[in-house]
Design a protein around this ligand. Structure first.
Ligand code: ZN
Length: 404
């Protein structure tokens, strides 16, 4: 039996912003791995984590051993180049997320800030690493990512209730945008509530065709936590609002502002769990607004910059594989989409990878010999240097995150 391709048993999180029972793709996929007890329709399921991160670690399904420990015993499965660059661990963390309301408005600190925060407050910031991330839509996916173009924000800030936030005769630049973000986040609850009400009562035409969605969306998201959630002002008025279809993706570099609103996604990030959150969460859970504002970067600054395209990957010998290649070195993600009876062959990858079947079922053939049965929800660790054949039995989708 090969030890380079092993099926994993993953953990699931149950945050209150998740989706309920069968509605949650994260819950459904998690429950289909043999050994788990199934989803309960009374419970929320938010995130299935795949990999070696210690708070929600994966285990080898067959033996129950932690993947972390397994790789310590078999370091060759990591591959030399990844070992040299990232030591003996998988440098990325894939997750499936399902959410019915906004996730916290957040940034993930860059490496320098992460080291600093970890030194000062290791309980809140457990990692010294940065956490750039990508999110691939598995269903329709609504989100906010990065800031709108300055010209768009400038136009919105001319609306009567908002003009008080821009100094007279000032022209908008990123530093002023940072100040406006900070002011929105520091408003007391009554002021947030007033502003939302005033904006919602303006005639839609005043927002202009491009921003007609603003008053209704503002009302919708401001009610998800409380009518006085400061995150709603920042997200709806200042950030890019996007609706992605399955297969489309977004790229969130370190220090980049984002808030995911609704959908099911495959997320992949550098191995870290650091987050600064200032909205769409209970007030008590908010981090320091000063620090949040200081950390903000202004990339992306429009929808095109925020989107991450995919292209046919040379990894797939039969051209049935796409690749998402973000501009950071910790990981890329492959997506293999097959009809019933189709097959694909992934060339060997020089580093570790984690694959999940999000749809259908398939036979995995390892080095032309061993055959493994994969089905919707099954998750596999694939070691460095192993070619992998995927023979689809029905319409099958496999996502595979890897480092090299
Ligand atoms: Zn994030």
């Amino acid at each position: 039996m090969t030890d380079s391709v092993v099926q994993l048993k993953c953990g699931v999180k149950q945050d209150p912003w998740g989706k309920q029972g069968q509605e949650s793709l994260a819950g459904q996929l998690w429950a289909k791995t043999a050994g788990s007890t199934g989803v309960s329709n009374d419970e929320m399921y938010s995130e299935m984590w795949m990999g070696t991160y210690p708070t929600v670690p994966s285990h080898i399904l067959r033996t129950g051993e932690s993947l972390e420990n397994y790789l310590k015993r078999k370091p060759d499965l990591i591959g030399r180049s990844v070992k040299e660059k990232f030591a003996d661990s998988i440098p990325f963390l894939p997750k499936v997320l399902s959410f019915a309301k906004a996730l916290p408005l957040q940034v993930h600190p860059n490496k320098r800030l992460a080291e600093d925060l970890n030194l000062k407050d290791p309980d809140t910031f457990g990692d010294t690493n940065h956490k750039p991330e990508i999110a691939v839509a598995l269903s329709e996916f609504e989100l906010f990512a990065g800031f709108k173009p300055l010209a768009d924000i400038e136009a919105l800030m001319k609306l009567k209730p908002l003009s008080q936030f821009v100094p007279a005769n000032a022209s908008l630049d990123d530093e002023l945008l940072r100040q406006i973000t900070k002011k929105f986040l520091q408003l007391p609850p009554e002021a947030v509530r007033d502003l939302v009400t005033q904006l919602h009562s303006l005639p839609k035409a005043e927002f202009g065709a491009k921003h007609e969605y603003v008053p209704d969306l503002l009302e919708r998201v401001s009610k998800q936590y409380s009518e006085s959630d400061n995150g709603a002002l920042v997200a709806v008025l200042l950030m890019n609002y996007m609706v992605l279809q399955p297969g489309e993706a977004v790229c969130v570099p370190a220090d980049s502002i984002h808030a995911y609103l609704k959908g099911d996604i495959l997320e992949c990030m550098a191995r870290s769990d650091n987050v600064l959150a200032t909205g769409f969460c209970p007030r008590a859970d908010r981090n320091n607004v000063e620090l949040f504002a200081k950390t903000l970067s202004f990339k992306p600054h429009n929808i095109d910059q925020a989107q991450l395209g995919r292209k046919k990957s040379e990894r797939g010998e039969k051209q049935k594989t796409y690749e998402y290649a973000p501009p950071f070195s910790e990981f890329n993600v492959l997506a293999t989409i097959l009809d019933a009876g189709d097959e694909e062959r992934h060339r060997a990858i020089g580093g570790p990878s984690i694959a999940i079947v999000t749809k259908g079922s398939a036979e995995l053939v390892i080095e032309g010999k061993e055959k493994l049965q994969a089905h919707e929800g099954s998750v596999w660790f694939v070691g460095a240097g192993v070619p992998l054949e995927i023979l689809s039995k029905e319409g099958t989708e496999v996502y595979r995150a890897y480092a090299e």
